[in-house]
Ligand binder design. Structure first.
Ligand SMILES: [Zn+2]
Length: 447
């Protein structure tokens, strides 16, 4: 299928979208299916297998996770030539009922049509597809969706590329989407953070300690002699990108020069950044990169989703630690952006290096035995003080969002329209501290 045709069909879908183009449901369903093409997975999958993942993606970007809404929007794609719906049983009179029930009972196979699936084998087409699929959504939401599905945003692991993979040259790295610039050492921007860095030993100040790398920013070198001739600044795009990666705690891909070409060495966190005088005598930007430890694919250990009670279920998934961190960051970044990094409990808005700073705090903790979901409705946007107080039960939130705490705060949890909180999670959190003496502010320390 020609890409121009696909483009036209995506435009048709966008125009037909209910409530204008603002709903995230169809874009998320399309990109979820496109991701299957990118990974060489089955072209079509049963509805029951994809709905939990779809709901999770929609929750992450702040869309409505009402089951009927999701089903209705997905069913709205049925007549598009770029989408395949395969119903195994003939339709019945019951098909006129709620979309949710119809999809659930008939469990059709669904995915992209064969022509589209083939076309998306090409990475460039894939990115264009993702971009067009989110067309018409508010910028923030469009970005969140593409980021949620990772591969399109360029962050995190690259599907099909494992740690240790070798590449002939810089062009080969670009071609595989591992480091998407043939020249620069850092791919990134201040706005979004850095996706990848190449450690090539090109800078005299770089120090490679294996799982820790003291990395030097870019700029200030003579093009010909490669000598440092002026100070580096944190305003240079790549340098600013690494600072954003630190503030947002989004891991960065590290590529090292190998004996023959380049090697992908996994994801690293930017633990710290600072400036110092380099050997040349000029100021350089420095970063301490620390490898994200991997537990060998041990991921979230959450129960498999068979139904969608209240619409927030994390499907069973074995993610690598690095992938899990990245996914959590994407989720919490979406939530933090909805609140403009302002603490929901005390209204403080911290700013680090000109970037808003807040933390995504899980209401019901992840992992056993609590098994909280990694979804937006289980996250609060908090300042670090409120985060630690909340995690330890010194701040509790009632169902009417009233705050119970002996610390000065807003009195009522601040909420925004697009970020819903699951009240069951708040109840669970309160329950965790029912038998603990919290809220006792000791005066002993002042004596
Ligand atoms: Zn706070």
């Amino acid at each position: 299928m020609e890409f121009a045709e696909i483009e036209a069909e995506l435009e048709q879908i966008r125009r037909g979208r209910p409530r204008g183009a603002k709903s995230a449901h169809q874009p998320a369903a399309l990109i979820l299916s496109a991701q299957r093409a990118a990974r060489g997975q089955d072209r079509v999958v049963p509805w029951r297998d994809m709905r939990a993942q779809l709901a999770e993606a929609i929750a992450a970007v702040g869309g409505s996770v009402d089951q009927e809404t999701i089903a209705e929007r997905v069913l709205g794609l049925k007549d598009s030539p770029i989408v395949d719906f395969v119903f195994s049983a003939p339709s019945t009179s019951r098909d006129s009922g709620p979309a949710d029930r119809l999809l659930d009972e008939r469990n059709p196979l669904l995915g992209l049509s064969d022509g589209v699936y083939q076309a998306l084998g090409d990475r460039e087409n894939l990115e264009r597809f993702a971009k067009l699929a989110v067309d018409g959504l508010p910028d923030r939401q469009a970005r969140s969706i593409r980021e949620y599905f990772g591969i399109f945003a360029g962050f995190g692991e690259v599907p099909g590329v494992s740690v240790g993979a070798l590449f002939r040259d810089r062009a080969d790295l670009v071609k595989h989407g591992v480091h998407r610039n043939g020249q620069a050492g850092i791919v990134g921007t201040r706005e979004r953070g850095a996706e990848s860095v190449v450690v090539s030993g090109g800078y005299e100040d770089d120090k490679d300690l294996g799982d820790v790398i003291i990395y030097t920013g870019h700029g200030g070198r003579d093009q010909v002699t490669r000598r440092q001739i002026e100070d580096q600044t944190f305003d240079a795009p790549g340098n600013a990108g690494l600072v954003t990666s630190h503030v947002d705690q989004v891991p960065v891909r590290v590529i090292r020069r190998a004996s023959a070409g380049y090697r992908y060495d996994g994801l690293f966190q930017v633990e710290r950044y600072w400036s110092e005088r380099g050997r040349s005598g000029f100021m350089v930007c420095r970063y301490r990169l620390v490898k994200v430890a991997d537990e060998g694919g041990q991921g979230l250990d959450l129960p498999a989703a068979t139904t969608l009670p209240s619409g927030n279920v994390a499907p069973e998934r074995k993610l690598t630690t690095a992938a899990r961190i990245l996914r959590q960051r994407v989720l919490s970044r979406a939530v933090k952006e909805l609140h403009d990094h302002r603490c929901q409990l005390c209204d403080i808005r911290l700013v680090i290096a000109g970037r808003g700073y807040a933390q995504g705090a899980h209401i019901r903790p992840l992992g056993q035995p609590h098994d909280g979901t990694d979804t937006a409705d289980n996250l609060l946007c908090l300042c670090p003080n409120c985060h630690v107080l909340f995690d330890n039960g010194e701040i509790l939130v009632a169902d009417n969002f009233e705050i119970r705490s002996s610390y000065a705060n807003r009195g009522v949890l601040r909420t925004v329209r697009d970020h819903r909180i699951n009240l069951d999670n708040l109840a669970y959190h309160r329950g965790m501290f029912a038998g603990v003496a919290v809220g006792v502010v000791s005066s002993a320390r002042t004596r």
